[in-house]
Design a protein around this ligand. Structure first.
Ligand code: DCP
Ligand code: MG
Length: 368
């Protein structure tokens, strides 16, 4: 007799692409703890344990009620021993000592700081940590340290980039990007993807998908104007190539990890700037914003849209579902049916779900 009578735990799919997960999370205190555990395992490059906690978090995000007793999770998928222990602890003590230990762990704290810099991932963090570095101050002070162009930009605009992007800022940037793209490609289609497409009110970056009908891909598009930092990755997609089987593989679209200079009126939100900067004339009237621009051929647009809308966990489960339940291979470019040995074309997200035999899941229900 759970709070929601119609809810049957054993009917919950292990795949988040068969669940509808909105942003209305009734179990945040559990999922926050799981995500801390997952991140710690990610820093240790323990993918199996990392995914175990991410899958469990995703199941609890979907639950239509808050978990208050162990009985509430009976019959649910992805509830391994580690996960159940953590849930039990949080039910009993209101918080998890294991998650708290992670938050206080020296290595975790250093990796958390290091990876907060644009261009710094687990590999670089590992290297810095082994060198004895523990804080960003120590990294910055070590003048002999060789930084990539991306990392230099990451440090230069650090404060702006760690303060998240708001929906209003995303909308403002969207107008700018659309205007810029349409000046030389009037028929281009520019779509916000990522968290903002799923209805999130804040994000760490803004993701855009750009395509235009017709055969020509626009290499020009990314090679101009308005960017503070831009790292252009050229397309490496080869026609007829099979979708990648790697779970978290990068796609091969031409893309640009950029930092955009968003001018904004010096309003109240710049007040902390004023207090640090006594020279009022110097007050900065712009904010650095992380933007990902992805250029896709028109016929791959629907696949790219599903992939870049995420969530990351939703995407992982779609691919896992395709592989294990349908003998198909899915990536951000295509869907390949291994039995029929054909590529399945799709002009919309709905068609992709239909090819996979899945009920359509709206973008705002993909917050797995
Ligand atoms: N993605 C992808 N391939 C990549 C990078 C990302 O398919 N190489 C997908 C998974 C993500 C989505 O694109 O769900 C957007 O990536 P983000 O890291 O920007 O994630 P979100 O937009 O979901 O979150 P945030 O609010 O942190 O930006
Ligand atoms: Mg994003």
């Amino acid at each position: 007799e759970s709070e929601v009578p119609s809810f049957i735990a054993s009917n919950v799919s292990q795949y988040s692409c068969q669940r509808k997960t909105t942003l209305n999370n009734h179990n945040k205190k559990f999922t926050d703890a799981f995500e801390i555990m997952a991140e710690n395992y990610e820093f240790k490059e323990n993918e199996v344990f990392c995914l175990e906690f991410l899958r469990a978090a995703s199941v609890l995000k979907f639950l239509p009620f808050p978990v208050t007793r162990m009985k509430d999770i009976q019959g649910l998928p992805c509830m391994g021993v580690q996960v159940r222990d953590l849930i039990e602890e949080i039910i009993e003590d209101g918080e998890s000592s294991r998650a708290r230990d992670v938050l206080n762990d020296e290595r975790y704290k250093s990796f958390k700081q290091f990876t907060s810099v644009f261009g710094v991932g687990v590999k670089t963090s590992e290297k810095w940590y082994r060198m004895g570095l523990r804080t960003l101050e120590e990294v910055k002070a070590l003048k002999t340290l060789k930084l990539s162009k991306m990392q230099k930009a990451g440090f230069l605009y650090y404060e702006d980039l760690v303060s998240c992007v708001s929906k209003a800022e995303a909308d403002a940037v969207s107008l700018i990007v659309k205007k810029a793209v349409c000046t030389f490609r009037p028929d281009a289609l520019v779509t916000i993807t990522g968290g903002f497409r799923r209805g999130k009110k804040i994000g760490h970056d803004i993701d855009f998908l750009i395509t235009s009908p017709g055969p020509r891909e626009d290499a020009e598009l990314l090679h101009k104007g308005l960017l503070l930092y831009c790292d252009i990755i050229e397309s490496t997609f080869v026609k007829e190539q099979l979708p990648s089987r790697q779970v978290d593989a990068m796609d091969n679209f031409q893309k640009c990890f950029a930092i955009l200079k968003l001018y904004q009126p010096r309003a109240e939100n710049n007040s902390d700037n004023t207090s640090k900067n006594f020279d009022v004339a110097e007050v900065k009237d712009w904010k650095a914003i992380r933007v990902d621009l992805v250029i896709t051929p028109f016929e791959q647009y629907a696949y790219a849209l599903v992939g870049w809308t995420g969530s990351r966990q939703f995407g992982r489960d779609l691919r896992r579902y395709a592989t294990h339940e349908k003998k198909m291979i899915l990536d951000n470019h295509a869907l390949y049916d291994r039995r029929k040995k054909v590529f399945l074309k799709a002009g919309s997200e709905e068609e992709i779900f239909a090819h996979l035999g899945l009920d359509y899941v709206e973008p705002w229900e993909r917050n797995a």
